[in-house]
Design a protein around this ligand. Structure first.
Ligand SMILES: [Zn+2]
Length: 330
């Protein structure tokens, strides 16, 4: 065995009018299954009924999304089926679909309604169990279909959360390189390259560009490359460093003060550059970009933590997982 095996999606399609062409896209990619099951939320189905109904589904399952208990229940119904699952929704729907697909060994396609985080193409499903977020290992998607007409309508704060999640790779990559230097942890250079390349095209955009196809395409690209970087190593090393540990610590220990994943990660990224790495150039560049794209105001309104509380979160972050980062050098 000389090559690395990488299970990449068989079909990735972005653009306009994707939703009403799902059947055609699957046929064109030679993906035929006895059962094609749409899993979504009732409210989303009602909103996009006209376009979705152009396609044929053998069954439509409505879920609330986000909870392990519901995911286990749905997986119970799907076990043993020759089917493909189509997950249409935000991260909470897609994570349930991923969990079910993995448990039942059924392929799945993600059709996100928001570009709020890299869960649309990653090997982890995040679901709530007993009020706390838990990570479950998951298989990657067979396909990713992104309809700009749909994701364009997502709330601005979700789109910007996606931007912050992709951009946080720059922090994760620094942590990986630091660990390589200080602990000898091996680096998968190709995975690192993908993680680092993912956010690069985003820095040219401003707040006025958020609705453009070009921006949405670059954001989708970033999220997918980020996911591919993770699938290459089988873990999230290139896309999740100290800034993610801080965000996970907030979810775990202070759920009442937590907010959208990407926004927490974005805030933690700024704080890590300023207070931990003390890298003033990186901090200034990041802050300027966040300001240009409208993210700074969104962080101000949504993140319930202040700069002088950040260092207090570090001991909690260190308990989250065994992953060497800048936090270990403080
Ligand atoms: Zn993330």
């Amino acid at each position: 065995m000389y090559y690395n095996e990488l299970r990449s999606p068989a079909v990735v399609q972005t653009g306009r009018d994707i939703l009403k062409n799902i059947d055609w896209i699957l046929k064109d990619a030679h993906l035929y299954f006895s059962n094609k099951i749409l899993i979504t939320q009732q409210i989303l189905f009602d909103e996009y009924k006209e376009q979705l109904n152009v396609n044929e589904f053998s069954e439509i399952i409505f879920i609330r999304g986000g909870e392990t208990a519901e995911a286990v229940e749905v997986a119970g119904k799907l076990s043993g089926l020759d089917a493909i699952l189509l997950g249409f929704g935000g991260g909470s729907v897609i994570d349930v679909v991923k969990y079910c697909a993995t448990k039942c060994d059924i392929p799945f396609i993600t059709i996100p309604t928001t570009l709020s985080n890299d869960s649309l193409c990653s090997s982890v499903a995040r679901l709530t169990f007993n009020g706390r977020k838990r990570s479950y290992p998951a298989q990657g998607p067979l396909g990713i279909l992104i309809d700009f007409g749909v994701v364009r309508h997502a709330p601005k704060k979700l789109t910007l959360a996606g931007v912050a999640d992709v951009v946080s790779n720059l922090s994760a990559v620094k942590d990986w390189q630091l660990s390589n230097k200080n602990t000898g942890e091996p680096i998968n250079e190709l995975s690192l390259m993908l993680a680092k390349a993912a956010p690069a095209p985003l820095f040219k955009y401003k707040e006025k560009d958020l609705d453009s196809d070009e921006f949405l395409h670059d954001l989708a690209t970033g999220l997918i490359l980020s996911g591919m970087s993770m699938m290459m190593t089988g873990n999230s090393r290139g896309a999740s460093g100290s800034e993610h540990l801080i965000s996970h610590a907030i979810d775990e220990y202070f759920p009442d003060r937590s907010t959208i994943h990407g926004l927490q990660v974005g805030w933690a990224h700024l704080m890590v550059e300023k207070l931990c790495r003390k890298d003033n150039d990186s901090y200034k560049t990041l802050k300027k970009f966040f300001d240009n794209i409208g993210l700074l105001d969104i962080l101000e309104d949504n993140v319930k933590w202040k700069e002088d509380e950040f260092m207090g979160l570090v001991p909690y972050a260190k308990t989250i997982r065994k992953r060497y980062t800048i936090l270990d050098t403080l």
